[in-house]
Design a binder for this molecule. Structure first.
Ligand code: PEP
Ligand code: MN
Length: 305
């Protein structure tokens, strides 16, 4: 018969802990933090990674202008949606492949890696051929067909928390990607639906603590979609750094008042610059660094994409 070992200190039997449903995402099976490599940067280590750019890719000057601005302010990665999940079918749906081409042009110009959303399994090959990080939006966070397909992708996946998902459900969604063989998963807390209406969503900063306790995967915060208000983005970004997030995703637009999507929550380039300066100063107080602003000459090729 199998014998139970007994700890000398507590005299309690050492029964192996039951694994959660998100077993590969769990710290029980992988105690050390996962670090996802992003060009010359990595997420999940000491560098606090900032992804920034417009909600949607709208046009050449808008995308390239914003890309250059966020690069000069110290962003590590450029964001922009070419496939947009909109509540109304009559709202701007994104430029699809033309948008991906503009993102690729922006990468060429700035050296920034690109994160962009893929909404459908049938688009994964196309989006993967342009993007450096594949984003799964909140509305698709439990699209298990898409998650399974992304388990076979060769690029890192940025998985947003679903609008109504618990932390455990969120980790189970990540598990679908890990179980498919893709271990490069970055989680993103972007606020959840609650009874509160003073903000677009309710930013659950405690989830960062819960995720760090339960999982080894890196986790970033999107204060733009969480709050829906540009003037809340700075304070929530600083709070995210303080609570232990590995980075941020922030919406920035050169002319938010005419943005085709999410202008109210988008920072102007100068507001983003100011925020990056404060975050760079604050980061060492929380055991982090932001090295992009201290590098001498930002050049188009220095991010290694
Ligand atoms: C986005 O980041 O463009 C987006 C649509 O966000 P979310 O999926 O979090 O609503
Ligand atoms: Mn948006």
């Amino acid at each position: 018969m199998k014998q139970l070992t007994v700890s000398a200190e507590t005299e309690t039997p050492m029964v192996p802990k039951k694994l959660p449903a998100y077993r590969q995402a769990s710290r029980l099976t992988h105690p050390q933090d996962t670090i996802v490599n992003l060009g010359t940067y990595a997420i999940g280590g000491p560098e606090f990674i900032v992804m920034a750019g417009p909600c949607s890719v709208e046009a050449d000057p808008q995308m390239l202008g914003t890309a250059w601005e966020v690069k000069m302010s110290g962003a590590h990665i450029l964001r922009g949606g070419a496939f947009k999940p909109r509540s109304s079918p009559y709202s701007f749906q994104g430029l699809a492949e033309d948008g991906l081409k503009l993102l690729a042009k922006a990468r060429e110009l700035t050296g920034l890696g690109i994160v962009t959303e893929v909404m459908d399994s049938s688009d994964v090959d196309l989006v993967e051929s342009y993007a450096d990080i594949l984003q799964v939006g909140a509305r698709n966070s439990q699209n298990f067909t898409l998650l399974k397909r992304l388990g076979k992708a060769n690029k890192p996946v940025l998985l947003k928390r679903g609008l109504m998902n618990t932390v455990e459900e969120f980790l189970c969604s990540a598990e679908y990607v890990l179980a498919g063989g893709n271990h490069q998963v970055i989680l993103c807390e972007r606020g959840i639906r609650t009874f509160e209406t003073s903000t677009r969503n309710t930013l659950d900063l405690s989830s960062i603590l819960a995720i760090k306790e339960k999982s080894h995967l890196p986790v970033i915060v999107d204060p733009s979609h969480a709050s829906g208000k540009a003037n809340y983005v700075g304070p929530l970004s600083k709070a995210s750094l303080a609570v232990g997030a590995d980075g941020l995703m922030i919406e920035v637009h050169c002319a938010p008042e005419i943005a085709l999507c999410d202008g109210d929550e988008s920072l102007l380039p100068e507001q983003f610059k100011e925020l990056m300066l404060s975050l760079t100063e604050l980061a060492p107080h929380f055991g982090r660094s932001i090295s992009t602003l201290t590098q001498k000459e930002p050049s188009a090729a220095n991010n290694g994409w």
